[in-house]
Design a binder for this molecule. Structure first.
Ligand SMILES: [Ca+2]
Ligand SMILES: [Ca+2]
Ligand SMILES: [Ca+2]
Ligand SMILES: [Ca+2]
Length: 655
């Protein structure tokens, strides 16, 4: 960017057409001459086309007459547009032309306030040789005399050349050098000179001296000089005067090495002259090399630059606050710089106490006049430490590391975990060993633990606290009462945030009791010791009824799955009996089994020789009553729900 601006007022003669114009012309040179002509006006309001070496543009306001216009353009941008690349400006010219024939008429342009940002010393690194013999030999630099030799040297500090100033007089002592004048350059306390020099030879048996001289104009009357001595024999006498102050350069008298003259000009003036430098302007820069007769002094100079010497200031740093694992860290920095301005703000940050670190560059908010630097998302619990660097356009840096302790923040988690029951499902009827599987996820800090409570309506014990997925629990519902339960899952993440899920289930019993099927029994009346032994099992035994030949015979609660139902058959009369056992559980699931008992007559055989007589002895006669509703009612009175057994007989298991 190179902004040029000026104010102008154009007047021409009505009716005189294209024979009158005014433009601002920049001439460039790189072995060929190029011209950029920026027209403020032309009599016919028209303009000629371009050639390969001349580009013409109409500045904004072109065609306006007799009123002030302000023009502001970026010269660099225009050069890029018209294809003038890598050129040096060789002249700036305002041209106004009138080839007219009307007596007393005129083309007139008023120009005011022309400004352009440019280096105070053209060709500061002595790379461009003069094609016009205006200078000798470097463009933009005048020779002090022709008594020595001033030549480009490939012993350079930058690019291709330095300037070699060598004086070796045979007659009287003499000096030569290079200077750049009429600078009228304003400076301020943040501006430094940054000159490079290399003393190649200084024969000092007599008077000899080499210095860099800054000449100032001020309001004291008369010009004033700061002389930085880079080489001087002891015979060369110097003395400060009112207007001339001598300062030994760092590296003074050192030969064959490049030395930097880096000085705060304001400070040097104020120290040397004991006066404020506020109203001083730099008028001229000169390097002068002197040798006495028969002696030789040779000095190389290169890179005469003015540099900003004041780094930016960081006025405030606002660290990120409440940064969550899904957040980008947001560092807001207010920084300022007198010259040339803050170029960028960067943040160096670490998540491992500086074993490794990263750099991220901020973006400038023109709205808020601050720099935003974003630190990428980090995992929960990460402690991010950082410091801020502001860098100005000249590369000077200022670091704000919070007084050495760094800025920091720790990444949080404010999102509750998610939790749900995979099994069982809502309103599911369950029994036996029930697998409870809970899905719990937390993408931020992660799941710390999952709790499971089983609420029976009476109590709500914690039955599981699991810290590792999968979160599973096997619930033995066989030991639970039948009925409705609420399962509560409670998940807690590592940030202490929790979430819950519930599922209602019903513990049921759909499994009929197991009832064994004893063999039918046959014995002879009078024999003893025979029994029917039923061994029913169920997790929830309830009651049983035994019918003899269809009639109610015996009933009781059946309380334990290890309990046997034993029918003593002693004393049964001869006959055939049907013992039927019905067992039911708490949910009216039943099982039934029938055992037939046959009691045979005893046979008496008369010994041989007598008539054989078989006597049948009848025992008690068996048989029973038919089951009657009355009996059923009686059973209901004892075992409560037994009536239902018969109503829902399809549930009954026949063994
Ligand atoms: Ca150079
Ligand atoms: Ca600065
Ligand atoms: Ca979370
Ligand atoms: Ca059962």
């Amino acid at each position: 960017m190179n902004t040029i601006s000026w104010d102008w007022k154009y007047h021409d003669v009505a009716g005189e057409g294209s024979s009158q114009w005014s433009f601002l012309q920049f001439a460039f040179y790189n072995g060929t001459n190029y011209f950029l002509e920026m027209y403020m006006g032309r009599g016919d309001d028209y303009m000629d086309g371009n050639s390969s070496t001349t580009a013409r543009i109409r500045v904004p306001g072109f065609g306006t007459r007799d009123s002030w216009e302000h023009t502001e353009l970026d010269l660099y941008d225009i050069m890029q547009e018209v294809g003038f690349i890598d050129l040096k400006i060789s002249s700036i010219l305002f041209e106004t032309y009138y080839y007219g024939g009307i007596l007393g008429e005129r083309v007139e342009v008023l120009i005011d306030n022309f400004s352009m940002e440019t280096h105070p010393l053209a060709n500061p690194s002595f790379e461009y040789l003069d094609p016009y013999s205006t200078y000798d030999p470097f463009q933009g630099w005048w020779r002090y005399s022709s008594n020595g030799e001033v030549t480009p040297s490939t012993m350079m500090h930058s690019y291709s050349y330095s300037a070699n100033i060598t004086v070796a007089p045979f007659g009287a002592g003499t000096a030569d050098g290079l200077y750049r004048s009429e600078l009228y350059f304003e400076f301020d306390p943040s501006l430094f000179i940054d000159f490079w020099w290399r003393l190649e030879d200084i024969q000092s048996t007599s008077e000899t001296c080499a210095w860099m001289d800054l000449e100032f104009i001020n309001h004291l009357g008369g010009n004033s000089y700061l002389r930085y001595i880079v080489g001087r024999s002891s015979a060369y006498v110097i003395s400060n005067t009112t207007n001339v102050k001598w300062i030994d350069a760092n590296g003074f008298n050192q030969t064959s090495s490049w030395n930097q003259l880096y000085r705060n000009v304001t400070a040097d003036i104020e120290n040397a002259f004991s006066i404020s430098a506020d109203d001083w302007e730099l008028y001229q820069v000169m390097t002068l090399v002197y040798a006495d007769a028969g002696m030789r002094t040779s000095l190389l100079i290169d890179d005469f630059n003015y540099k900003d010497g004041v780094p930016p200031s960081i006025d405030s740093v606002t660290p990120p606050s409440s940064v969550m694992y899904y957040d980008t860290g947001y560092v807001r920095t207010v920084a300022s710089d007198v010259r040339p301005g803050v170029a960028r703000v960067v943040v160096n940050y670490t998540t491992d106490s500086w074993s490794t670190w990263h750099t991220t560059t901020g973006s400038y908010s023109t709205v808020n006049d601050w720099f935003n630097v974003f630190i990428p998302m980090q995992a929960y619990g990460t402690t991010v430490e950082f410091y801020v660097i502001a860098i100005d356009g000249g590369g000077l840096e200022t670091i704000d590391d919070n007084g050495g302790s760094f800025y920091s923040y720790t990444v949080g988690d404010d999102v509750i975990p998610s939790v749900s029951f995979t099994t069982p499902s809502f309103f599911e009827e369950i029994e036996g060993q029930v697998s409870i599987v809970i899905e719990a996820v937390d993408s931020g800090s992660g799941v710390a633990f999952v709790e499971l409570y089983i609420d029976s309506g009476v109590s709500m014990p914690l039955v599981m606290n699991d810290t590792v997925a999968p979160y599973e629990y096997t619930w033995n519902t066989d030991v639970e009462d039948l009925g409705t339960y609420t399962l509560y899952a409670n998940v807690v993440d590592n940030a202490g945030l929790s979430n819950g899920a519930i599922v209602n289930v019903t513990v049921v019993d759909t499994l009929a009791p197991e009832l064994n099927s004893p063999d039918d029994i046959e014995f002879t009346v009078g024999e003893t010791g025979y029994t029917i032994d039923w061994d029913p099992t169920d997790v929830r035994p309830y009651g049983y009824v035994v019918y003899l030949d269809g009639a109610f015979y015996q009933f009781n609660n059946w309380n334990s799955s290890s309990e046997h139902i034993v029918i003593d058959l002693d004393g049964l009369a001869v006959g055939t009996y049907n013992f039927t056992c019905v067992v039911v559980d708490g949910t009216i699931n039943g099982a039934i089994d029938t055992v037939f008992v046959t009691v045979n007559e005893a046979v008496v055989t008369t010994p041989t020789g007598a008539s054989s007589t078989t006597t049948t002895t009848s025992g008690p006669t068996g048989g029973g009553d038919l089951m009657t509703p009355l009996l059923v009612v009686a059973i209901v009175g004892v075992v409560g729900i037994l009536l239902v057994v018969f109503i829902v007989l399809p549930k009954m298991k026949k063994t």
